[in-house]
Design a protein around this ligand. Sequence first.
Ligand code: SF4
Length: 282
Amino acid sequence: MSELPHWIKRRFPASGGENMEILLRSLGLHTVCESARCPNIGECFGKGTATFLILGEVCTRNCGFCAVKKGRPLPPDPEEPIRVAQAAKALALKHVVVTSVTRDDLPDGGAGHFVQVIRALRMTLPSATIEILTPDFQGREEFLEIFREDLPDVFNHNVETVPRLYPTVRPKAQYERSLFVLERFKALFPSVLTKSGLMVGLGETPEEVLEVLSDLRHAGCDIVTIGQYLRPSMKHLPVRAYVPPSWFSFYEEKAYELGFWGVASGPFVRSSYLAERFMEVK
Ligand code: SF4
């Protein structure tokens, strides 16, 4: 794809937050900010926020857009929950976002480990709100039930793209299964905000994006994020289009018309980018 458009160019490169990196390394923690090469890392680390990546940095799946390592993950680290809580406390986070790679190799898909992290955060930082951005847990409701013990404030699971593109973008995922996970979590735990997100610029049509927004609303989703796909490396899927900011405004307008409580739509929007803002207006 040719020259980057001006609305993308402005923000590269982004660095900053050296203190954040020192803290993360000292506690042996990973962030999806680093693993996924997020363009907002300088801004977020500079502000002292980050999205913790638990359950290791090796994923059992192979999404075509994602820079996270693929392969055979190590066993979960039982000390990780308390270290995440220590880091969140050291950063005095008001809103803590925790995500993970997909662990299809674990008997509960990693749900139990997420609950341990939520519990450690509730004990260490009782005033903070907690958002978890999870895999699809293979659509197994019994794994969602595990969260009944310690619920997050926001349950986030991304559909990532439109169903037609799943075979190339998310080959080991299923669109209907991701909708099911969001719909079931909302039905099981109505007090928890549910959230999802998608990237544009992978070849989808505007009509397909609007259909996804409508499907998410039918699944009871409260918050949606829409951002521009950016290619992490030449090994990853090509960018099919740089979507102009006016289209992000159009999607935002349509999303609010569909009844979403919260919408973040823009070229640099990512699942947990400025996630704390939704908590401020809750
Ligand atoms: S499941 Fe998540 S972490 Fe794994 S490859 Fe896909 S997007 Fe990346």
